[in-house]
Every structure is written in C-alpha cells, then in structure tokens.
Design a protein around this ligand. Sequence first.
Ligand SMILES: *Cc1c(COP(=O)(O)O)cnc(C)c1O
Length: 336
Amino acid sequence: MDRIDLRSDTVTKPTRAMREAMLDAEVGDDVYGEDPTVIALQERLARDLGFEAGLFAPSGTQANLLALLAHCQRGDEYIVGMEAHTYKFEGGGAAVLGSIQPQPIVQAEDGTLPLAIVESAIKPVDPHFARTKILCLENTWHGRVLPRTYLAEARALCDRRGLKLHLDGARLYNAAVADGVAPREIAKHFDSVSVCLSKGLGAPVGSVLVGSRALIDDARRWRKVAGGGWRQAGLLAAAGLHALDHHVERLADDHRRAKTLADGLQGLKHVTVAGQQTNMVFIDVPKDKLDAFRKHMDAAGIRMSIGYLPRIRMVTHLDIDDAGIERAIAAFRSFG
Ligand SMILES: *Cc1c(COP(=O)(O)O)cnc(C)c1O
C-alpha cells in the first residue's frame, strides 16, 4: 500500500525533471569558488531577495548557525522565540559552537515575538550581561505568515536599539505565496535570511543564507570550520535552481490542499482541528484515544508528525495530490 506521508514537507523525492537538471549541471570545486551552478544559485537567491551575496549550505540548521556565528561574537546574545527552530530544534548549536547565548521569548499565538517583551529583554551595556546582538524571527512559523506590519515594527525596534535582524525563512516562499507578494517584500526587513530548498520546494538537500557581502564572507569561513565546505555541490545547487523555477507557484496547491484537509476534518468526534495555515494542519486528539488513533492511521497508511510539537501536525507538499488528501480524510472519518 502506498503511504501518504504528511509528517513534513522534507519527505519529497526529487522529480524526474529535477534529476535531469542535476545530471546536466556544470560543476567545479566549490571550496575554490569554482562551481558555476553553486555560484548561480547563490547569486539568484541574493538577487531575488534583495541582498548582496548568498551562501549555499547543506541544511537550514547550518545556514542559521552560520548567520549567528557571522553576526555575533563569543558572549553575545540572540533573542528568539521559545518555540523557534533556531532555539529549540537546532541542538543548541549557537551556544554549543559559538558561545552565543539564546534569550528565548514566549511567542504569541500568531508566531510574533511581542516587541515590548523583546525590548525589555535587551540587556544594558554592563559587564554583568551578555551583549544583546540580534533578534531572530521565523516565517512561516507553524505554517503561520507573520504580518508584514509586524516585520516593519521589528525592523524599527532593531534600528532604534542597534540590533541586527535575522529571518529563519525555511518556508519564506510559502509565506510569500500565501501573502501574494514577492519574497523580497518580506526579506527586505532583515539583515540576513536563510531559505530551505529541501522543504516545500522539493530539492533533496540544501539551504541558502543571504546577507551583505561582508556577512557572507564570514559565514563562508564558518561553513568551512563547521566541515560544510563542499566540492562539486553544483549537482545539488541544480536541484535548487530547478525548484526555484518550477516549484514556487505550485506552493499555492499545497496551501489549498491543506485547507481541503482541514475542512474535511470538521465535525469529527475525536479529532479537533486546531488550525490550518499555509501548508500545515494542526489537530488535537484526546490523550485516551491517541494510541488507537495512531494505530488506525498507521494501518490506513497515513503518516503524520506526532510527539515533536504540542499538537499533531500534518504538512502538504509536492508528493501529496488531491487523491492523497481524500484518502487521508477518509481514514480520519473511519476512526471512531
Ligand atoms: C526545517 C527547518 C529548518 C532547517 O532544517 P534542516 O533540517 O536543518 O534543513 C530551519 N527552520 C525551520 C523553521 C525549519 O522548518
């Protein structure tokens, strides 16, 4: 039986056309700066998002880490959401590897960090305190698109208080498509942005960090230090370029399918839809039904993310079609 894998948009497999683009890629040694396809990908994302330079990295975790290492010194601090990827899901990398202290803030329901609380967390310049250097936001967060007015206010706060502003834009393109704006309209508020190619965009590997030339030069050095200097990575960059050409507008299909899924689950006895935004659906199942629910969905071949987040999460992506959504809804309906 074919499984419908709604755990994450990372599970997509490269399409035939993407594999062909990879086969045809011109490559060189990227540590020497000689891979034309890597260079093309970095320049393309920098240009599209309105920055001077870009850096191709193996993962979003590393792209965020490189941003923090490049923006901060030992003993600096970043303000970040308590449920943000850059705080909670990256193994504490900035602290472990950069001696950079996180200052987590409880996120509001909409994924914003309330700016009055952010401001009150900025430490005075005094030997007692870490030096507050940067604010990190995430967009989308749990599928939610941060309001653009909020981004402008966060930028104004950072300017007023002398902080940098970084975006974990793993799903920046989902935010842009959902908002109906060019991604640079979101990116323009930030000093640096990381974007995942391996989520909804469907590439097998890779993220790109964009920022100023000086920041990216620093980040490139840290990437080498972290063991991320790669060689003929143009094979992978070609997949990223293909994704940017062919898989951006179709994110709207993922959003539509997530909505169909959420709508299809309304009124069920044991399942409450806790929210749907962009390509994600969150649900609650009562604790005493959870075991039975898990077994039932597993037998029906429907996979979802249970246990990583406070709620059960389902994510639509390139490899989920309308029939898959119908099958998932049918499996839910037969539970109970
Ligand atoms: C997936 C993700 C990342 C990076 O993850 P990798 O698996 O390291 O590529 C960063 N931030 C968010 C919000 C993500 O969803």
